[in-house]
Design a protein around this ligand. Structure first.
Ligand code: C2O
Ligand code: CU
Ligand code: CU
Length: 422
């Protein structure tokens, strides 16, 4: 803490990582060779992140899921030249959640993210901290950044990557930068904070033996109550917190089952993480039956409706234009946005600055797993998603926020728009 401000430091630099025996992979990382440190801050805290660009090219850092002023958001309007520092400052003002950070350069996001620039940003708050949930970081509360990669014979990323209309798919899974990972478990319950940190691949996470788990939180924080689940689909950028029970001696793998290949890029199945329970496990209190106050979203709160049609690499028939504001919204209001994926390709919809609620999908209430705060949602083909989006606190007539498909290849191709909050 410096003068009441929690200060973090992130230096983006080139590195080399040993993923494969005897080979070294050129990578990018924050404060290290690959990925970046988990940043943790409490609601109400003022934070400053000193980002140093030690690359020989521009970068930017976007705080995905964070509610903050547009000038601090780190989108394509905030490039950091090589050798320079950018130090955004803001006050954390949102419920406890699993957020993340990554570069967001105009037309060049995928490259830097795929090379290793990403990390988690955990927000805590007293309400979440008062619940009997696993929260010993690295012991029974485990961040999992799941990425697909391929390797050339010299160890570099890229060999064998399939470049499709949806972007780049890898044939190996890295979790927190590790191939074929396992976790030694010492408690009866483990909380896994899953982030789909891949550029294009969609996952449907489950346990190999079919065991159920509790879904306790999504992108923007806790659900009202745990949702007993046997699988959880996540498109790029989405997060889910799950709590799973183990018995002494259990060996069980978190796997990704093959999602519908027509709508989810690449249908392959993967082992993601093996959980290895010890011979005796420390007792964990049961997951609370109530997690958070989450009033049902009410479309009557909206002052305006807008429609977004995702098609090809365009939104509403246009590619991203850095100098065009696609929407101008009024600060401290809510709007209903209707989003439709018009072609049978995998797309998603991500909105900066805000956590939205899903009102309906094709006129029906969303499934329980989509009942909480979301900032990114997978769009199945030809279905109508109505979401309630709030734009609180921060007006800025010149710096826009982004909304876009979070398949990074699509985003880089221009499947993105900008909105001003005034
Ligand atoms: Cu995760 Cu606009 O980004
Ligand atoms: Cu974002
Ligand atoms: Cu897309």
């Amino acid at each position: 803490m410096v003068d009441g401000v929690r200060v973090f430091h992130l230096e983006a630099a080139e590195g080399r990582s040993a993923f494969l025996p005897g080979l070294s992979t050129p990578t990018l990382g924050y404060e290290g060779d690959y990925l970046g440190p988990t940043l943790v801050a409490e609601r109400g805290e003022k934070v400053r992140v000193e980002v140093d660009n030690a690359l020989d090219e521009e970068t930017s850092v976007h705080w995905h899921g964070m509610h903050l002023p547009a000038a601090m958001d780190g989108g394509p309007h905030s490039p950091i030249p090589p050798g320079e520092r950018w130090a955004p400052e803001w006050t954390i003002d949102q419920p406890a959640a699993t957020l993340w950070y990554h570069p967001h350069l105009h037309e060049r996001t995928r490259e830097q993210v795929d090379a290793g620039l990403a990390g988690m940003f955990l927000v805590t708050d007293p309400e979440e901290a008062s619940l009997a949930l696993p929260r010993a970081y690295g012991v029974d509360d485990i961040p999992l950044i799941v990425q697909d990669r391929s390797f050339a014979s010299d160890g570099a990323f890229g060999g064998g990557l399939s470049m499709q209309f949806d972007g780049v798919l890898g044939d190996r899974i890295l979790v927190n930068g590790t191939l074929a990972p396992y976790l030694d478990v010492s408690t009866e319950l483990v909380r896994l904070r899953l982030l789909n940190g891949s550029s294009a691949r969609m996952y449907d996470f489950a346990f190999a033996d079919g065991r159920e788990f509790d879904l306790v939180a999504t992108d923007g924080g806790l659900l009202a109550a745990p949702v007993a689940s046997s699988s959880i689909p996540l498109s790029p950028g989405e997060r889910a917190e799950i709590v799973v029970a183990l018995a002494p001696g259990d060996r069980v793998s978190l796997v990704s089952t093959a999602p519908d290949p027509a709508l989810h890029a690449g249908g392959a199945a993967f082992d993601v993480l093996e959980l290895r329970a010890g011979a005796s496990l420390a007792a964990s209190p049961p997951v609370p039956a109530k997690l958070a106050d989450l009033p049902a979203p009410d479309a009557a709160d909206a002052v305006t409706e807008r429609a977004f049609e995702m098609s090809g690499h365009e939104i509403n028939g246009a590619e991203m234009d850095m100098s065009r504001a696609d929407a101008v919204v009024t600060v401290d209001t809510a709007e209903v946005w209707t989003v439709v994926n018009d072609n049978p390709l995998p797309h998603s919809f991500h909105v900066h600055d805000t956590q939205f609620r899903v009102l309906s999908i094709d006129g029906e209430p969303p499934p329980p797993r989509l009942s909480g705060y979301k900032d990114t949602i997978a769009l199945e083909w030809d279905r109508e998603y109505r979401i309630l989006v709030r734009f609180d606190d921060y007006a800025d007539p010149t710096t826009p926020y982004m909304y876009h498909c979070h398949l990074l290849w699509h985003e880089d191709q221009g499947m993105m728009g900008q909105f001003l909050v005034v």
